[in-house]
Write a protein that binds this ligand. Sequence first.
Ligand code: KIV
Ligand code: ZN
Length: 517
Amino acid sequence: MSAQTNTDRVYIFDTTLRDGEQSPGATMTLEEKLQVAEILDTMGVDIIEAGFPIASNGDFEAVATIAKRAKNAVIAGLARAIPADIDRAGEAVRFARRGRIHTFVSTSPIHLAHQMKKTEEEVLEIVTQTVTQSRNLIDDVEWSGMDATRTPVEFLARCTEAAIKAGATTINIPDTVGYSTPEDYYELIKTLIEMVPNSDKAIFSTHCHNDLGMAVANSLAGVRAGARQIECTINGLGERAGNAALEEIVMAFKTRVDALPYHTNVESTHLSRASKVVSAAANFPVQYNKAIVGKNAFAHESGIHQDGMLKNALTYEIMTPESVGIKSTSLVMGKHSGRHAFREKLKDLGYELADNQLQEAFQRFKDLADRKKHVYDDDIVALVDDEMGSAADRIKLVDMRVISKTGGEHRCEMTVSIDGEVSEVGYDGTGSVDAIFNAIKTAVNANPHLVLYAVDGVTGGTDAQANAHVRLEMNGRIASGSATEPDTLVASARAYLNAYNRLLVEKGASAQGAMAG
Ligand code: KIV
Ligand code: ZN
């Protein structure tokens, strides 16, 4: 008998490409957004919030393109309670087989007094107007009361009733500031459903932020109270501490069907891959001990645990690595493998590359296999993600040499290509990495602030490839970059350049000195 029998369906609304992309430094290119949307659509996500169309032409293009390409999911575009926002969102999602306008307005006293400078009656009027405008453009309309969890329930109920009356088919109750406890959130959803006379005409939705680490628990409490849509993101990406993590929600329902009699349409074996794709696209590393998709989520270190696992996996494992798509570590054939075998391996890992991308990736695989004894699946994934993430870079590393002496000189001599023009620079630093970053700053004649620099190994061992992450900030904008290389210093240089290139893409600026001043 299927585990889904007698369990209620919960719709998964993924907002990785909207709320997730609002994480500082998580900006994605169009190509990357399309890749993320494709995997979400394939894995069975019900609604993909593809962006905020009025925010920029890039956002509009992303939502419109995803709307045209999606085969299964409803494609939503976000709009503030402003007529131009709603029109733009409607324009972007009209290409979808099934489109949705998601419009929101603040409802809490603190937002009304300080941000909106509006009375409750004025907000109620706005709710009716904006939902009506949206419904005139499309049948599927979602309304959110921003900062709902700090809004008096009586006023939230009046807004909800007005939104449903004007035609909203989904009502979203955001815990915008991540303040709720599961008990608070359960009570709020339950009370609203009971209080609002037309509540049976809409689906109630959760949208919980993770500031106190309770986003998933709050979302599940919301479902127990009657909500049937959860808004969430891959890897829990999102504003500040992020949103409820999609992978945790899907696996909680799947693993604890006894306590949580609900199911989703998401095929859980795609979760590991989705996590990697989003992490690479947003340049946002996943913490090692992150539930479900962290590197250590299925690693058993202590002797007692290992002993138990060898005797029977059930002793310490509540779900299998395979159920989230982790395959047991497998060796790639090595430097004698041909293009065909490599293409098959990529297919197995979930990649379909264009011929030119395949050629580049294959060349890099061959180079790696020459230098590294064992090439694992994770090496291939890192290599391909790296290739895709840096393909559009205007400034590329051509060559570098680092001289480092204990207690003495640290210097980097570097050749970079800027829009195809090659230039050479040299610079000193307090250490090797400092010298490398100083050389790049000299080459591009700019001085971005380094917000984050981190390196980890793709696999174990001293010959493991290094995965470097860099986050830069300049003139109020933030961009992240990453790179994978057998050498840590080369990875660091390329990650810095990748982040700087992304600052350029966001601004459409000239490559040299673009960010100076
Ligand atoms: O957190 C929030 O309130 C939001 C709304 C736009 C839904 O993201
Ligand atoms: Zn949010």
